[in-house]
Design a protein around this ligand. Structure first.
Ligand code: ADP
Ligand code: MG
Length: 273
């Protein structure tokens, strides 16, 4: 059989274009047959894997792509970086457990949630990101159109579901019970990451009443890691630093916030977002 025909039958989409380069490399590095074969197959696999990651990234609908590597842990000393590093190993996804980020606005809850989502996608998992508001809109629309059950079922497919911004808008009792149904479906079956600006004690208010809030928390927290971020907004901090820069402090002047005289290279490229 001709090579081209084999590629077609085996559905090799990436190796054909790279074959010349792979052969050249193999000759240069004097690879033996098994190593050459490994190199060639890896080229095909890498192309497929990249395509899978790209399409899962699309499906995830992240508001912006954030990475763990870009997260400055020094800004948020209340976060135990070892805990986050462990989460990045994704055992929680395998075990269908939950992660909950709590804290005031701007401390990096969404950033960390998305960054863990990206890790999960790279590891081959399907991930979906929704704000609670979007999720509620979707569930209510589904119910109006008589397909609530199907939508709830669809929401169990992603290995990791991220529900962002719990607590910004209080839910009605009816909405809270829809949310409970979703939590119930995913409980012990698939992992979730939730973020909230409200402490658990205030979730009664968020969900309209204590009974539903308790039932939701009971399931969510059964197998969960909670990361309580107590710190300042990253954006505000950046702004403040930018402000400090403008007043041009004398060399060696202390940062009034941290008492540090350390030079922070970030000061120079602060955006005003
Ligand atoms: P939250 O969801 O807690 O309100 P975000 O995660 O949206 O906060 O963070 C606000 C902005 O600041 C985002 O652009 C995020 O990438 C950035 N950010 C927050 N904390 C950090 C950090 N420690 N290191 C780097 N960027 C951060
Ligand atoms: Mg957020």
């Amino acid at each position: 059989m001709q090579l081209e025909q084999l590629f077609e039958r085996l559905k090799f989409d990436y190796l054909p274009d790279q074959l010349e380069a792979v052969c050249e490399q193999a000759a240069k590095r004097k690879l033996d047959y098994p190593d050459f074969l490994a190199q060639a197959l890896e080229t095909e696999w890498a192309g497929r894997n990249r395509k899978g990651i790209d399409s899962r990234m699309q499906q995830a609908k992240f508001p912006a792509v954030k990475t763990l590597e870009a997260f400055e842990f020094d800004f948020q000393p209340s976060i135990d970086r070892q805990v986050v590093r462990n989460l990045a190993g994704l055992a929680f996804v395998e075990r269908a457990e939950n992660v909950i980020f709590l804290g005031p606005p701007g401390v990096g809850k969404t950033h960390l949630a998305v960054a863990l989502g990206v890790k999960a996608i790279e590891a081959g998992h399907r991930v979906e990101f929704q704000t609670l508001d979007q999720l509620m809109g979707r569930l209510k629309k589904a119910r109006e159109e008589n397909r609530l059950d199907r939508t709830l079922k669809q929401l169990t497919y992603p290995k990791l579901l991220i529900v962002d911004e719990i607590g910004y808008l209080p839910l009605t009792r009816d909405e809270a019970s829809l949310f409970f149904r979703l939590i119930n479906r995913r409980y012990e079956r698939a992992a979730m990451i939730l973020t909230s600006n409200k402490s658990f004690a205030d979730w009664g208010e968020v969900f309209g009443e204590q009974v539903i809030a308790t039932a939701i928390l009971d399931r969510l927290l059964h197998h969960a890691t909670t990361i309580n971020i107590k710190g300042e907004s990253y954006r505000l901090k950046e702004k403040r630093r930018a402000g400090l820069l403008k007043t041009n402090p004398p060399a060696g002047a202390e940062d009034p916030e941290t008492g540090s005289t350390e030079h922070n290279p970030k000061e120079e490229d602060t955006d005003a977002a």
